[in-house]
Design a protein around this ligand. Structure first.
Ligand code: PRP
Length: 217
């Protein structure tokens, strides 16, 4: 029997996705047992779950190592993966913003430097505005960059806004809203449609009926 492989991002996104799948009757009892396992089979034996790093979900799905995945719009955009984005799940909501020290204006710089974990999204954003910038790729603690003179501003995810506030930074420009998306491999969408389409439809109807699949929003 051919199974459907689902790639999820380890951690909170996986927990919320499993919660959603359970609402449509797709159970992964073994996922709830504490372990370091990275692969789980659904109770009905028709689905296999793989846990990967958030930034890799799109890669697994694009290459067909997974038929379906759940990933943040941020990681999908940054990876530039070629997949079908089929449902906005409404959880994992946050936004991208340009942030800097209070009083800073983007127009004051001839040569703007931007610290970010997301160089592709940053370049695409400023390029669309016809602005030339230099990105400085960071892997975390991005908010430090303007404080220590590594970059003029940062492009980062803002969820509650606490990290910016506690580091005395402010939003200069809101860029876009992001949330978790259900994605499928392009070939699987056609060849395995009798299994994938009902899953998508059920997920969609839950998201549509609740506005969001969790209490979060
Ligand atoms: C993310 C993001 C911000 C913070 C935003 O960082 O890069 O730093 O969360 O959340 P807030 O608006 O609710 O404060 P993450 O926690 O992934 O840590 P990192 O900086 O080490 O990547």
């Amino acid at each position: 029997m051919e199974t459907i492989k689902i790639a999820l991002a380890k951690g909170r996104l996986a927990d919320l996705s499993i919660e959603l799948f359970e609402q449509i009757g797709l159970k992964f009892t073994s996922y709830h047992e504490k372990s370091r396992k990275l692969m789980f089979t659904s109770d009905d034996g028709h689905y296999e779950l793989i846990l990967v790093k958030a930034t890799d979900v799109g890669t697994y799905v694009e290459n067909g190592a997974a038929d379906i995945g759940v990933a943040g719009k941020d990681t999908l955009l940054e990876a530039g993966v070629d997949v079908f984005e089929v449902v906005d799940l409404g959880f994992g909501r946050c936004r991208f913003a340009v942030a800097g020290e209070p009083g800073v204006s983007l127009n004051q710089y001839h040569h703007l430097t931007v610290g970010t974990k997301y160089p592709k999204i940053t370049n695409d954003y400023f390029k669309a505005q016809g602005k030339q910038i230099e990105t400085i790729k960071l892997n975390g603690s991005v908010e430090l960059a303007p404080l220590v003179g590594l970059s003029d501003v940062v492009v980062d995810i803002v969820e509650t806004g606490s990290t910016l506030k506690e580091n005395n930074l402010v939003i200069i420009e809101n860029m876009m809203d992001i949330s978790a998306r259900l994605v499928t491999n392009k070939a699987s969408f056609k060849t395995k449609d009798e299994k994938i389409r009902p899953l998508i439809d059920q997920v969609k109807s839950i998201v549509d009926s609740k506005g969001s699949v969790t209490n979060e929003s």
